[in-house]
Design a protein around this ligand. Structure first.
Ligand code: PLP
Length: 446
C-alpha cells in the first residue's frame, strides 16, 4: 500500500490557516474545503449527513510523530478513542501496539489480524469471559487494576505458562480538564494507591504468583492534559515505586507505562500538548530520577488515543432548522449527542464552520445545537457564523475523531453515522450508517 504524507513545509503552510484541521485541509471553490483531497460538500452528498470523515494520512502522521519523538518507547494506540478495522490496520502498519479495554475491542482487532501480543488489556472491572478471551488469544500484557484480580488472573493462566502483567497505580496526581476524566488521583475508581500502601501490597502479591510475570507499573493520569508537568511528577513517583520494589523485593521491573491523555486543540487558539517537547522532558526527568536512586532506566510505554484519532476526524452535519429565541439564534443540525456525547458529558465546545457555499452576510454569534431531546445537546455556543445561515447549509466540525463515535448511542433511534476514510483524493466507506433495519434486528421480543 502506498501513501503520501504531508511534507513538513506544507504542514506549516496550512496549520496557521486551519489550526485545528488535518494538515491536508485546503480551501476549494464556492466555500468548500478539501481534506485528503476530498471535497467536503461532495462527501456530504455522496454519503449523506451526518457523516464522519477520517484523514488516513493525518492518523499515520500522528503515529509517526510518536514513534519519532519516543524512538525507544512502545506506543500503544488507545482503541477506545476510535476503533474500526481500518484504524487497527493503520496503527499496526505504523508500528504501534493497541491498548484495549474490552473483549469487543480486543476481538475486533484480533479478527482483523492485529497481533494480540502487541496489545495491552485494561479495565477496572474485567469480566471472566474477557480475561478468558485475553489469555486464550495471547494478549501481550494485562494491566491489573484491583487486588482481587491478581489471584483471578493467575488462576486462569494455563499450567506451565506465565502472563505478563502491569500494575495500575494511582499516583495521586490531579490532571485533566474535567473531574470525569481525572484518573490519576486517589479518590476515583482506577488504580491502586501508592500513598496508602495498597500498591505496595499488590506488588508483593503479584510477585508471589508463579504464573504472573510483573513486567512493570502503569499510570494514566487523565485526559486532555495540556502540560508536561503532571507527567514529570508521575515519572518521579513511579520511579520511587520502582526503586521501592527493588529495595524491598530485589526485583527490577523493566517497564514504565505512562498512559495517554495528551491534549489536542478543539478550537483555534487552544494549545495541543507538544509531543516532541513532552518526549524530551519526560526522558530527561526519567534519566535524572533513575540516576538519583541508581536505577537502570525502565522502557517507556505510552498510550495516546485522542492525540492520534481526534484531529484526523471531521463531522459533517446538515442544518435542519434556524430559530431565534430570546437573545439566542439556534442553528439545529441533523446529529448531536447521539454521535458526540462529549458536550453533554463534559461541557466541551467545538468550532463548526460553514462549508459548501460562499456567504457574504456578516458574521453573528449563534448556538449550534443537535437534534436530540435534551437541552444540553449543544455542539457550540456563541460561535460566529454568517447571518444568513439556513436549513440545507453544511456545517463541518473539526477535531471530531476521538470519543465521538466510540461513545455514540442509539438515542432517539437516529442511527449512528457512517465513517469514511479520505486520502489521496479518494473517499471510501469504512463503517456504514446504522439503519432502522439494524435496530429492528435486535428488537426480537413482543
Ligand atoms: C483512555 C485511556 C488512554 C487514552 O487516553 P487519551 O486521552 O485518549 O490519550 C490511555 N490509557 C488508558 C488506561 C486509558 O484509560
Amino acid at each position: 500500500m502506498t501513501t503520501t504524507f504531508p511534507r513538513p513545509e506544507t504542514l506549516e503552510a496550512t496549520r496557521p490557516r486551519f489550526p485545528v484541521w488535518p494538515a491536508s485541509t485546503r480551501p476549494a471553490a464556492h466555500g468548500d474545503l478539501t481534506v485528503g483531497g476530498v471535497s467536503l460538500a461532495e462527501a456530504a452528498e455522496r454519503f449523506g449527513t451526518p457523516v464522519y470523515l477520517v484523514d488516513e494520512d493525518e492518523v499515520r502522521a500522528r503515529c509517526r510523530t510518536y514513534r519519532e519523538a519516543f524512538p525507544d518507547a512502545e506506543v500503544y494506540y488507545a482503541a477506545k478513542a476510535f476503533l474500526c478495522r481500518a484504524m487497527a490496520h493503520w496503527v499496526a502498519e505504523e508500528g504501534l501496539g493497541l491498548d484495549v479495554c474490552s473483549r469487543g475491542e480486543l476481538e475486533l482487532a484480533v479478527t482483523t489480524g492485529f497481533p494480540a501480543e502487541h496489545m495491552v488489556l485494561h479495565g477496572n472491572a474485567k469480566s471472566p469471559d474477557e480475561l478468558e478471551a485475553a489469555l486464550r488469544l495471547g494478549v501481550g500484557r494485562i494491566v491489573i487494576d484491583c487486588t482481587t484480580e491478581i489471584a483471578r488472573i493467575a488462576a486462569l493462566v494455563p499450567h506451565g505458562s506465565r502472563q505478563r502483567v502491569l500494575l495500575r497505580i494511582a499516583p495521586g496526581i490531579a490532571a485533566g480538564v474535567h473531574p470525569a476524566v481525572r484518573t490519576g488521583t486517589v479518590d476515583q475508581k482506577f488504580g491502586l494507591s501508592s500513598t496508602d500502601g495498597t500498591a505496595q501490597l499488590a506488588i508483593a502479591r503479584v510477585l508471589e504468583q508463579p504464573r504472573l510475570e510483573l513486567v512493570g507499573l502503569h499510570c494514566h493520569l487523565g485526559s486532555q492534559i495540556d502540560s508536561a508537568k503532571p507527567y514529570l511528577q508521575a515519572v518521579r513517583r513511579m520511579v520511587a515505586l520502582l526503586h521501592w520494589t527493588r529495595q524491598t523485593h530485589d526485583v527490577l521491573l523493566p517497564e514504565l507505562d505512562l498512559g495517554g491523555g495528551h491534549a489536542i486543540a478543539y478550537r483555534p487558539g487552544e494549545d495541543a500538548l507538544d509531543i516532541r517537547a513532552l518526549a524530551s522532558r519526560v526522558r530527561a526527568e526519567l534519566r535524572s530520577a533513575c540516576t538519583t536512586v541508581d536505577l537502570p532506566e525502565p522502557r517507556l510505554l505510552l498510550e495516546p488515543g485522542r492525540a492520534i484519532a481526534g484531529p484526523a476526524g471531521i463531522a459533517l452535519y446538515r442544518v435542519l432548522a434556524v430559530k431565534q429565541s430570546g437573545r439566542h439564534t439556534f442553528v439545529a443540525v441533523d446529529g448531536g449527542m447521539s454521535d458526540n456525547p462529549r458536550p453533554a458529558l463534559y461541557g466541551v465546545r467545538y468550532a463548526p464552520c460553514l462549508v459548501g457555499r460562499t456567504a457574504s452576510a456578516e458574521l453573528r454569534p449563534v448556538d449550534v445545537v443537535g437534534r436530540h431531546c435534551e437541552a444540553g445537546d449543544v455542539i457550540a455556543s456563541g460561535v460566529e457564523l454568517p447571518a444568513d445561515i439556513r436549513p440545507g447549509d453544511l456545517l463541518a466540525v473539526p477535531a471530531s475523531g476521538a470519543y465521538h463515535l466510540s461513545m455514540a448511542s442509539g438515542y432517539n433511534l437516529v442511527g449512528r453515522p457512517p465513517v469514511v476514510a479520505v486520502t489521496g483524493g479518494t473517499a471510501r466507506l469504512l463503517v456504514r450508517r446504522e439503519s432502522l433495519a439494524d435496530v429492528r434486528s435486535r428488537d426480537v421480543g413482543l
